[in-house]
Design a protein around this ligand. Structure first.
Ligand SMILES: Nc1nc2c(ncn2[C@@H]2O[C@H](COP(=O)(O)OP(=O)(O)OP(=O)(O)O)[C@@H](O)[C@H]2O)c(=O)[nH]1
Ligand SMILES: [Mg+2]
Length: 460
């Protein structure tokens, strides 16, 4: 039983699946029991399954709307598991409106809600929850690395792994339950608990190892956070705009210009980076600026990397200030306004410990900084064991796996406290299987248990 078998919605849904018209081509999809009827009404007949067929589409009054490439996927061999029609029409607004209008007039057909096609695919067991998320990530992917990760997830990298773990867990559970149920029988194998506990231990270790990934998968989805911070007027917003390649932030000669945190998404060598511009950090009595400084400190503290920017022409003042209060895992000191500095760049740079020496206004030295940022991102995302893909890409996955490990831990602890506690062991294994099932949306422990018990041979 799937999660949502309780009240299946039998209506036939349709939607424009491609982007906003006008476009060369628009794709309209229909899914549901009346898909064939709808197709017959619009195109006059239902073509051969899975074969692109050129057909005239007519409205209900018989007027031709367009000539379309039509695809017919009868259930269950379709994306949603239902009867599916795909109409590739010319992507003009009036064509699309005409097709949608004609479909809306057919009995049992209605416009789809957002995500409803995918929801039906899930309800009909065509995809699991992690694949649904992978699909959403693939559509949202902005960089090649994000795309690759999303595609792997769509194709079951975490879903298949979780399902295999869950099966093994339920097999272990079956052993424990068999011991409880058949403990009176003389010819019951002696040790059912031992193998069950071994399996539980192994699973706990494997899942814990998958969790120890430095959260790289989640970061790849959201982007590595790089915050530009530093004293007021250092040129933070100027650098931010240069990296963003647009005038996103207000730049002015007045210290204390930026108050809110600004954010842009960058693609650095295929890796996603979320770049933040923050308020210049200083003691201020002005309440709005104070709040800006508070936010700046907070976001910089949790960033993966802080670019601590200083105005090198303000010698002896601002750039002495060390970002002591910042607890970010990595901080690079960047000297800015090199064009205004008369002194020997290298000497100054060494003296004040600048890692980079740039002019945000002219762009000098910024390329080297960008290259270093890309290198930082690449290193961050490829820090794992060679050839091993991260499987956890969302907090939801992490929570489910952590809960599973905790339940396995409790099961193992119960077993240590005495073999007579097998009922409690079984209970915790059941909890572990259910939490793991939340990951993929499969929660049918009983079904699998039955299958296992059917070929369980306890002297019978
Ligand atoms: N000569 C020179 N001026 C620069 C450079 N970078 C920024 N400036 C100027 O410095 C002033 C402050 O720049 P901003 O980018 O607003 O500085 P900020 O660090 O964002 O300032 P706050 O938001 O107030 O903290 C502006 O007048 C910029 O034009 C640079 O590399 N060289
Ligand atoms: Mg600013």
């Amino acid at each position: 039983m799937g999660l949502t078998d309780i009240m299946p919605d039998r209506s036939t849904i349709f939607a424009l699946s491609s982007g906003r018209p006008p476009a060369a081509i628009a794709v309209v999809r229909v899914s549901g029991p009346n898909g064939g009827i709808a197709l017959a009404k619009l195109a006059g007949r239902v073509p051969e399954p899975r074969k692109a067929t050129l057909m005239r589409l007519r409205d209900l009054a018989g007027e031709v709307i367009d000539e379309a490439l039509v695809l017919w996927f009868p259930a269950p061999h379709s994306e949603t598991g239902e009867d599916v029609v795909e109409l590739q029409v010319h992507g003009g607004p009036a064509v699309v409106a005409g097709v949608l209008d004609a479909l809306g007039r057919i009995e049992g057909c209605r416009p789809a809600e957002p995500g409803e096609f995918t929801r039906r695919a899930f309800e009909n067991g065509r995809v699991d929850l992690t694949a649904v998320e992978g699909l959403a990530d693939l559509i949202a992917a902005e960089t090649p690395a994000q795309r690759r990760q999303a595609f792997r997830q769509l194709k079951g990298l975490i879903g298949d792994r979780a399902e295999a773990w869950r099966r093994r867990l339920i097999e272990a559970l079956a052993l424990v339950e068999a011991r409880i149920d058949f403990s009176d029988e003389a010819d019951m194998p002696e040790d059912l608990l031992g193998p069950a506990l071994n399996a539980a231990q192994q699973l706990r270790d494997e899942i814990a190892a998958a969790l120890a990934d430095g959260r790289r998968g989640e970061r790849l989805r959201d982007g590595l956070v790089v915050a530009i911070a530093g004293p007021p007027n250092a040129g933070k917003s100027t650098l931010f705009n240069r990296l963003a390649r647009r005038e996103a932030a207000i730049v002015s000669p007045y210290a204390g210009t930026t108050r809110d945190i600004l954010e842009v998404h960058l693609d650095l060598d295929g890796y996603p980076v979320t770049l933040l511009d923050t308020a210049g950090i200083r003691d201020s009595v002005e309440p709005v600026e104070q709040e800006g400084v508070r936010r700046a400190r907070e976001r910089a503290a949790t960033a993966d990397l802080v670019l601590w920017l200083c105005d090198v022409s303000a010698a002896g003042r601002a750039f002495e200030e060390a970002p002591d209060s910042l607890t970010a895992s990595e901080i690079w000191r960047v000297g800015n306004k090199s064009d205004l500095s008369a002194g020997n760049a290298q000497a100054l740079s060494n003296e004040y410990g600048f890692k980079y020496w740039i002019s945000a206004a002219s762009g000098k030295g910024v390329d080297a900084l960008v290259t270093a940022l890309a290198g930082f991102a690449r290193e961050y995302f490829s820090a794992g064991k060679a050839g091993e893909s991260v499987i956890v890409t969302r907090a939801r996955h992490r929570r489910a796996l952590e809960d599973t490990v905790a339940a396995l831990e409790r099961a193992l602890n119960e077993a240590v406290r005495g073999l007579e506690r097998e009922e409690l062991v079984a209970e915790e294994l059941r909890v572990a299987a259910t939490t793991l099932g939340r990951l993929t949306g499969r929660v049918d422990v009983e079904d699998i248990l039955e299958v296992i018990f059917r070929d369980f041979c306890i002297g019978k």
